[in-house]
Write a protein that binds this ligand. Structure first.
Ligand SMILES: Cc1cc2nc3c(=O)[nH]c(=O)nc-3n(C[C@H](O)[C@H](O)[C@H](O)COP(=O)(O)OP(=O)(O)OC[C@H]3O[C@@H](n4cnc5c(N)ncnc54)[C@H](O)[C@@H]3O)c2cc1C
Length: 466
């Protein structure tokens, strides 16, 4: 007899484990199946957390080297890469173990193994020793996430041709690294290795980096990264990558037909991620995928099969951990008969480079396309007293508000702690706030958040400090 659960979640990433906990909180007998041997998914194991650990440590290294110019002499600053990697692994282990504890605390049954559908309510779990059991789920939630994509005909070996996973585990600082793709993962990992001493070249097919980002911010961001030493080759397409004794040759051609080859130690291919539905046996149960091979769901995360739902990177929408988490909570509440909901207009996106870049809501380009009349308020960190005090004045805050109603429609920040500052605007937008609401909210002095207030004031041309 197979064990019966009221809810079975396949995948223990931020979508899956959060969903399992919420289901258990709502009284469901819940199971969570995870195949990688550790919970937390891409995010905790090979994504958000290890990348942020390396971003932080490489930034500390870089900043410490420059301290003598500010009057702090600490002698020669040396890199111990194996120790840095151990520190990163420690952060990952502590967090993945923490999630295991949370599942236990909430009485979620955790199955370590690979799940696939036997029927629409039965899951075969092949455990890490290849032993099989079958469990039964009244409701099943697919939260199997995504995996990196490569270029046609090019395979990751994770030594020379790297996905983001390989780029988190390079054993020796490369002399030269080529990053294919100017999206956030490529720029974050490129920044890490550049700060640690590599010469980093970014090859990007489009004319701008970070597609989808407000163009003014994207331009400023590229300028800042160039000043930090990253080299950009825009409108260049990779035609081939050939491995050789010293690494690889990356062959590119520009939009105008000019060929350019790059010799390098390693090449990071960060051109996107694809939904992970491999081995789930979805065809046999007749589950529909969309044109991009994502699991197709309705607005309540229900698939075309009545008792099966899907959330996170495996469905449409931005591939972000917090989006997956919010969908995990919403689907659990919907299953419990409540009104789970995700507001896709207020999902922030953050790039954890230095300075950080953060955005929420509509870009100027989107508003123009939608023919919405808007006002722009901007404030530079150059005029922010806290930024001045600590000599970290790069970037600005930009708030977009409806011309008639003053309602905040979007915000785009580049600068110190932008990833934290965006939360205030997220709350404001959730409450349907106007730029004036933010402008009339008292902000502590001296803080970076005063730049948000001043940008909100600037929407109606009444900023005080500029
Ligand atoms: C380098 C990098 C940096 C990132 N940084 C950020 C960031 O700073 N902020 C942010 O919001 N997002 C970031 N992301 C994206 C984020 O990691 C994903 O959006 C998020 O993990 C998606 O969550 P998920 O639960 O949908 O899927 P995943 O986290 O991918 O989890 C899915 C899990 O399902 C398991 N699984 C798959 N198939 C099966 C099966 N058949 N049976 C059992 N288990 C299965 C997988 O092993 C995996 O652990 C980053 C990603 C990368 C690669």
């Amino acid at each position: 007899m197979s064990e019966k659960f009221q809810a079975v979640v396949i995948g223990g990433g931020p979508g899956g484990y959060v969903c399992a906990i919420r289901l258990a909180q709502l009284g469901f007998k819940t199971a969570c199946i995870e195949s990688r041997g550790a919970l937390g998914g891409t995010c905790l194991n090979v994504g958000c957390i290890p990348s942020k650990s390396l971003l932080n440590l490489s930034e500390e290294f870089h900043k410490t080297k420059k301290l003598s110019s500010k009057g702090i002499e600490i002698g020669e600053v040396k890199l111990n890469l194996p120790k840095m990697m151990k520190n990163k692994e420690k952060a990952v282990t502590v967090l993945t173990k923490g999630v295991e504890f949370l599942l236990k605390k909430n009485k979620v049954s955790y199955f370590k193994g690979f799940g696939s559908f036997k029927s629409k309510d039965e899951i075969i779990i092949k455990d890490l020793e290849n032993k099989e059991i079958i469990i039964n789920g009244e409701k099943i939630i697919i939260a199997t996430g995504s995996i990196p994509t490569s270029l046609p005909g090019i395979e990751f070996d994770e030594k020379v041709i790297l996905s983001s996973t390989g780029a988190l585990n390079i054993e020796k600082v490369p002399n030269k690294m080529i990053v294919v793709g100017g999206g956030y993962i490529g720029l974050e990992m490129g920044s890490v290795w550049s700060r640690l001493g590599a010469e980093v070249h970014v090859v990007e097919y489009l004319s701008h980096i970070t597609p989808g980002m407000d163009r003014e911010i994207s331009k400023e961001f590229m300028k800042i990264l160039e000043n930090q030493g990253l080299k950009f080759h825009m409108q260049h397409k990779v035609e081939a990558i050939k491995k050789n004794n010293s690494g690889a040759k990356v062959m590119t051609v520009s939009k105008g037909g000019e060929k350019k080859d790059f010799d390098c130690d390693v090449v990071l291919i960060s051109v996107g991620r694809k939904p992970n539905t491999e081995g789930l046996n979805l065809k046999s149960i007749g589950l529909d995928l969309d044109e991009k091979l994502r699991v197709k769901t309705d607005k309540n995360f229900k698939t075309n099969i009545d008792n099966i739902y899907a959330i996170g990177d495996v469905i449409s929408g931005p591939m972000l951990a917090h989006k997956a988490e919010d969908e995990g909570i919403a689907v659990a509440e919907n299953i419990a008969g409540q009104s789970g909901h995700v507001n896709y207009d207020t999902i922030p996106g953050v790039i954890y480079t230095s300075p950080e870049v953060a955005s929420i809501g509509k870009t100027e380009e989107q508003l123009n396309e939608m023919k919405i009349n808007y006002k722009v308020g901007k404030f530079s960190f150059m005029a922010n007293s806290r930024a001045k005090a600590i000599d970290d004045t790069t970037g600005f805050v930009k708030i977009l508000a409806d011309k008639q109603t003053d309602k905040v429609l979007g915000a785009h920040l580049i600068g110190p702690h932008a990833g934290e500052l965006i939360a205030e605007i997220g709350v404001a937008m959730e409450f349907g706030a106007s730029a004036e609401d933010i402008a009339r909210t008292c902000h502590a002095h001296p803080t970076f958040s005063e730049a948000v207030k001043e940008a909100a004031l600037s929407v109606d041309k009444r900023a005080i400090h500029s």
